[in-house]
Design a protein around this ligand. Structure first.
Ligand code: ATP
Length: 430
C-alpha cells in the first residue's frame, strides 16, 4: 500500500482547493488501473496563520506503486497548485506503507499539527529521519500538512464523511446555480445523519461555498451512503465530478482539556469555569463574558480571568451567551486568540436560580430603604426592618446542557451537538 499526502495548493484570491487536487490525483491513479481505497480530508489546527481557509490537508490511500503515485501526484500538483500566489507553498509526501502501519512518530506529528504549531524544520527533520520521499515548491511549508495527512489514519479514531461535488471548470468564479429548495428538502431528509447542510434560521445553504474555487457543494455526515444520497437530491448546474472523503471534520479533535492557568494563544480548549461578569454586547454586535476557574481551592494563578466571545457571525448563539448570569458554572470550548476564547460551544453545568434584591415591606409591599451602612433595610412608613437583602427566584432562559453556534458559523473541525456522545443534555442547532 502507498499513502500520498498533499497540502497547500490553493490561493485566497485565485481559488483552487486541495480537495480538488487530491480528487484529480485519485482519478488519475484509477485511470492508470490502480485502486484507491480512500481519500482523507484532515483538518489541522484552525488557529494556524498560514491557512487559506479551513486548514485542510489531504491523503490518498492506494495500491499504486509508490514511484507511480509520486509521479502522478507531483504532475497534478504542478499543474493545479496556484503557485502564482506567493502564499501558496505546495508539499507532497509519499510513503511505502499501509496507512495503519505508518510510524507512531508520524501520527504524533499529526496530533501536534491538529492541536499545536509546527515549524517547517520539524517536518524536514521527520522526513529525513523516516527517509520518506517528498516534493515541494515555495518555502515548502506544505510538507507540514502533507506529513500530517500521512500520519492521520493511525493518529485519529473518529471519522465522518464529506461528499464533495465539483463544478465544470469554465464555471469557476461565476455564481453557482443551485435550486435552493432542493437543498433544504435533501437536508431535511438526510438529518440527523447528515448535518450542517443548511441553516434553517438563517435560511442559508451552508453546503454551498461562496469562494471562487471548484466546489459546487460539500455534504457532511456520519454515513457515506447518506451524504451521497443528499448530494444526489440537490438540483442545479451539472456536476463535473465528485469524491467521497473520510474526514476528521465534526469531531472536536482540536480541543484539549485544560485549566485556566494553562491556556495559550493559538490553541483550542475545553475549560471549566464560573461566569464572573454580566454578558456585554459591544460594537459590531459581539458579545463578551468573563470566566474564572470554578475550582474551590484555586490559587491566585488559577483564578486567571478568561474573556470569552460570541462574535456577530455566530448569530442566535449570542442570545444564549447574553442569557448567562454571574455565578453560572460552565464548560466552554473554542480557540484562544489574543487572550480571548472564541466560543464554539458551551455546556451549562449549574445555573444561578436566585438573585439578591432589596427587601419589600411585609405590610405595605413597597421597597424598603437602606438604614445606613451595614444596618440593613427599613420601611420608613411602617417601621418594619430587614437585616439584609432578600433572595428572589430568577427566571432563566437557559437549561443545563450543551449549546452551540449555528451551522452557518460552524468550524469544519467542531463537533455538531446532533452527533451525540456529549456528557450532558444537548440543544442542537439546525
Ligand atoms: P483550504 O481549506 O482552502 O484547502 P487551507 O486553509 O487548507 O486551504 P493551506 O493552503 O493548506 O490552507 O495552508 C496551510 C499551511 O499551514 C500549509 O502549508 C500547512 O502545511 C501549514 N500548517 C498546517 N498545520 C500547521 C501547524 N499546526 N503548524 C504550522 N503549519 C501548519
Amino acid at each position: 500500500m502507498t499513502v500520498v499526502g498533499l497540502d497547500d495548493t490553493d490561493s485566497r484570491d485565485r481559488g483552487m482547493c486541495t480537495t480538488y487536487v487530491a480528487a484529480r490525483v485519485a482519478e488519475r491513479l484509477r485511470r492508470e488501473g490502480c485502486a484507491v481505497e480512500r481519500c482523507l480530508l484532515v483538518r489541522l489546527n484552525p488557529a494556524v496563520e498560514y491557512k487559506t481557509r479551513g486548514n485542510a490537508a489531504l491523503a490518498i490511500h492506494t495500491d499504486a506503486d509508490p514511484d507511480q503515485a509520486f509521479d502522478v501526484a507531483r504532475e497534478r500538483l504542478e499543474a493545479l497548485a496556484e503557485t502564482a500566489d506567493k502564499r501558496t507553498h505546495p508539499g507532497l509526501v509519499v510513503v511505502d506503507d499501509a496507512p495503519a502501519a505508518v510510524a507512531d512518530e508520524v501520527s504524533a506529528f499529526t496530533r501536534l499539527a491538529i492541536r499545536d504549531h509546527l515549524e517547517i524544520r520539524d517536518a524536514v527533520d521527520l522526513l529525513e529521519r523516516r527517509g520518506y520521499r517528498s516534493w515541494h515548491a515555495g518555502d515548502g511549508r506544505g510538507r507540514i500538512g502533507a506529513l500530517a495527512a500521512v500520519g492521520a489514519w493511525n493518529a485519529l479514531e473518529e471519522w465522518t464523511y464529506e461528499h464533495i461535488s465539483y463544478r465544470e471548470s469554465d464555471r469557476w468564479g461565476t455564481p453557482r446555480e443551485i435550486d435552493r429548495e432542493s437543498v433544504f428538502a435533501a437536508a431535511d431528509r438526510g438529518y440527523p445523519e447528515v448535518w450542517d447542510t443548511v441553516d434553517h434560521d438563517e435560511d442559508e445553504t451552508v453546503c454551498v461555498p461562496h469562494t471562487p474555487g471548484p466546489i459546487l457543494h460539500g455534504i457532511r455526515g456520519d454515513d457515506p451512503d447518506a451524504v451521497r444520497g443528499v448530494a444526489d437530491r440537490i438540483k442545479g448546474e451539472p456536476v463535473a465530478s465528485s469524491q467521497l472523503f473520510v474526514t476528521n471534520q465534526g469531531t472536536d479533535v482540536h480541543l484539549r482539556d485544560a485549566n485556566l492557568a494553562a491556556i495559550q494563544d493559538g490553541r483550542a480548549y475545553r475549560i471549566d469555569g464560573r461566569v464572573v461578569s454580566e454578558p456585554e454586547t459591544r460594537r459590531g454586535g459581539h458579545v463578551f463574558v468573563a470566566l474564572e476557574s470554578a475550582a474551590a481551592n484555586r490559587s491566585d494563578d488559577q483564578r486567571r480571568r478568561l474573556e470569552c466571545a460570541a462574535f456577530e457571525p455566530t448569530k442566535r448563539f449570542r442570545d444564549r451567551v447574553r442569557a448567562l448570569r454571574v455565578g453560572d458554572r460552565l464548560t466552554v470550548c473554542g480557540e484562544v486568540s489574543r487572550g480571548t476564547l472564541k466560543l464554539e460551544k458551551f455546556a451549562v453545568r449549574d445555573l444561578v436560580t436566585t438573585e439578591r434584591v432589596t427587601p419589600t415591606c411585609p405590610d405595605c409591599e413597597r421597597r424598603m430603604k437602606s438604614a445606613g451602612q451595614n444596618q440593613g433595610y427599613r420601611c420608613r412608613d411602617c417601621g418594619t426592618s430587614a437585616d439584609g437583602k432578600a433572595e428572589r427566584p430568577l427566571e432563566r432562559d437557559l437549561e443545563i446542557g450543551w449549546y452551540e453556534v449555528p451551522p452557518c458559523a460552524r468550524r469544519h473541525i467542531a463537533k455538531p451537538l446532533v452527533r451525540g456522545g456529549f456528557d450532558a443534555p444537548t440543544h442542537p442547532e439546525r
